[in-house]
Ligand binder design. Structure first.
Ligand code: NIG
Ligand code: FE
Length: 390
């Protein structure tokens, strides 16, 4: 096992206030990091760095923890280019488009699904994403949901069962029977490959009672809840998530004061997905309101072929800063430590001794450039589990 010291770092984001300038980002200037095997061994002032086998000169650039993208839907086939183009000419977004991807996904072979998943994971990695959650939800039969999760579990530990994405066409006349399928045989087949259970709680998808049934059944099989909540309209999703102590309530676009209070009081992370509002031309979620109330906020891509076909965490950071009231510091925290909180992980999203050696050398002197230089590929180098992959 070999060690590497990265020195000459102008600004190092650790997300550990006690290691840095006491801000939430725990910023260390003129810093170095030592990686040993797949772990961070040491962080601190460059002048005090211990020796290591290899040396990398950051040459006055910034280093941040790898992005933690806690919400994506990468097991799919086909695309929805025409739907996007129609939307950009004025057609509204609705949950119904999901069925287009369900049909394409059911028709695809395992190898094609896995290739597409791996391609998007690699695309994200090149941009600095070193942890990525992904969901089922485009199969919606026992076999198709189980194979989606089986494939996903070969690539990430963060797998989510989303059999309750929409009611598939063959059950349109009897949604209750579909909920019974999801909470029974489908869950039995999927639980071995999943860590989380999710539900799209929305008009046109699942109501509060159905969502509760899905989440509690998942919890009984050892899966922890997370919820697609309050994306397209006000509704019960956020409060249900907090009541069930879900790890995360995702989207949070339409929130009442009571929803914001619930998120501020509870331990459920509010995960905002600005790529979805961008690609559906919807109003932005109000990150400022959540932060000012005291909620923990994560940022993620929601990468999927319908509502948000981006794998770029820097793009989401830029949107959150430009349009959602976040400071550049807050947005970076939410895209790293916030995502880790939404996945209940403390080994990723921070650069502290013992953490997984996942880090990004930016082609910029400061992390602020992520928002300041939108659309510019700034990941000059990426280490994943201590291995330089970019
Ligand atoms: O998170 N909201 C539900 N699911 C996805 C959209 C999926 C699709 O349109 O295919 C989302 O935005
Ligand atoms: Fe989603």
């Amino acid at each position: 096992m070999s060690s590497t010291v990265i020195s000459g770092i102008a600004a190092l984001v650790t997300n550990e206030p006690s290691l840095g300038d006491a801000s939430p980002l725990g910023l260390v200037r003129d810093a170095a990091v030592v990686l040993d095997g797949d772990r961070v061994a040491w962080v601190g002032a460059a002048g005090r760095a211990p020796a290591a086998d290899d040396r990398v000169d950051a040459a006055g650039r910034a280093v941040i923890p790898g992005f933690v993208d806690s919400h994506s839907h990468l097991v799919f086939a086909g695309d929805r280019t025409e739907e996007f183009a129609a939307r950009m000419s004025g057609r509204p977004y609705g949950a119904g488009g999901i069925r287009t991807t369900v049909a394409a996904t059911r028709a695809a072979g395992d190898a094609a699904l896995e290739r597409t998943l791996a391609r998007h994971l690699h695309e994200a990695l090149r941009q600095g994403t070193t942890t990525m959650e992904t969901k089922s939800g485009y199969g919606l039969t026992v076999e198709d949901e189980a194979r989606a999760l089986r494939i996903a579990a070969r690539h990430t530990d963060e797998t989510t069962f989303l059999g309750a994405h929409v009611v598939p066409p063959e059950h349109a006349d009897d949604p209750a029977a579909y909920v019974s399928l999801v909470t029974g045989p489908m869950l039995d087949a999927c639980a071995p490959y999943a860590r989380w259970v999710d539900v799209f709680c929305e008009e046109g998808a699942f109501d509060g009672d159905q969502a509760r049934a899905v989440l509690t059944a998942g919890r009984e099989r050892g899966l922890t809840p997370r919820v697609h909540a309050n994306q397209l309209s006000y509704g019960p999703g956020v409060q249900l998530a907090v009541e069930l102590d879900a790890a995360s309530a995702d989207h949070c676009t339409h929130l009442t004061d009571a929803d914001v209070d619930a998120l501020a009081q509870g331990s459920t992370v509010a995960t905002l997905l600005p790529g979805a509002e961008f690609s559906t031309r919807a109003a932005w979620p109000d990150a400022r309101r959540l932060l000012d109330a005291g909620a923990t906020v994560a940022l993620s891509t929601d990468c999927n072929p319908g509502s948000s076909f981006t794998s770029s965490m820097p793009f989401c950071v830029a949107l959150a800063v430009r349009d959602m009231g976040m400071t550049p510091d807050e947005a970076l925290w939410s895209a790293t430590a916030g995502g880790a909180a939404a996945l209940r992980r403390d080994d990723v999203g921070r650069l502290v001794p013992g953490a997984r050696a996942d880090l990004v050398l930016l082609d910029a002197p400061s992390h602020v450039h992520l928002a300041y230089r939108p659309g510019v590929p700034l990941a000059a180098a990426v280490w994943h589990r201590g291995v330089r992959v970019v």
